[in-house]
Write a protein that binds this ligand. Sequence first.
Ligand code: ACO
Length: 206
Amino acid sequence: MADVIIVGDGGHSKVVRECLEQQGVDTIIGVLDNKYTSYEKLGAQFRAPFDDFEQYKKDTVLWFIAIGDNRARAGVAAKLGDVAYATIIHPTAIVSKAATIEPGSVIMPLAVVQPDSVIGAHTIINTGAIVEHDVIISEAAHVSPRATVTGGVKIGAGVHVGASAVVNPGLDLGAYSVIGAGAVVVGDTEAGMTYVGVPARKLDIV
Ligand SMILES: CC(=O)SCCNC(=O)CCNC(=O)[C@H](O)C(C)(C)COP(=O)(O)OP(=O)(O)OC[C@H]1O[C@@H](n2cnc3c(N)ncnc32)[C@H](O)[C@@H]1OP(=O)(O)O
């Protein structure tokens, strides 16, 4: 049982906190977000500005960055430096014993992660998403609700797979590429590019 500080107090944070509470292992002691201008107590927890994070660093505390935007999440991880992170797995998620979930990641309700897959640090496997066998996900990625990543896919850092999208087997998604909601990805994606539709095509850059 560890004390956890959550960074971020938006919609994604609400869901993360619910997952952590239902996991029933660790206890949230506070939430940092720059929407707060000073330290305040809220029941058994505190709220405080994120910019004050240095004063909350302790060997006994775990952190969790609950910010939905992939670049922002990665940026906060870089700022926080060498802290320890919680790993959050909702009790209804099915995670293979042969899968690896790196710290700072969350596996949301009803998600599935199959054998020999690796979920990199600060990654979100959102509600009902499926990550099949042998999928390697780098850090700060997001597989959105009900998306399906089929076997042997490689997902680069910061990739966002939109809700209900499908990624065909063995593909390689370049860092920070974005897959639109409902897309079916049939080829590798270029870093930083956005793909939509069935089959998925690169969006023209204006
Ligand atoms: C818990 C949660 O809520 S997790 C949240 C998960 N979020 C998602 O799944 C959202 C994923 N995001 C999307 O699908 C977005 O629409 C994106 C990223 C693909 C595109 O967003 P933008 O860059 O803002 O593009 P924009 O909305 O201007 O659309 C550009 C064009 O692509 C089309 N388009 C946008 N999204 C899609 C899509 N998912 N499928 C097909 N076409 C699309 C638009 O109709 C538009 O076409 P047009 O130029 O012919 O008019």
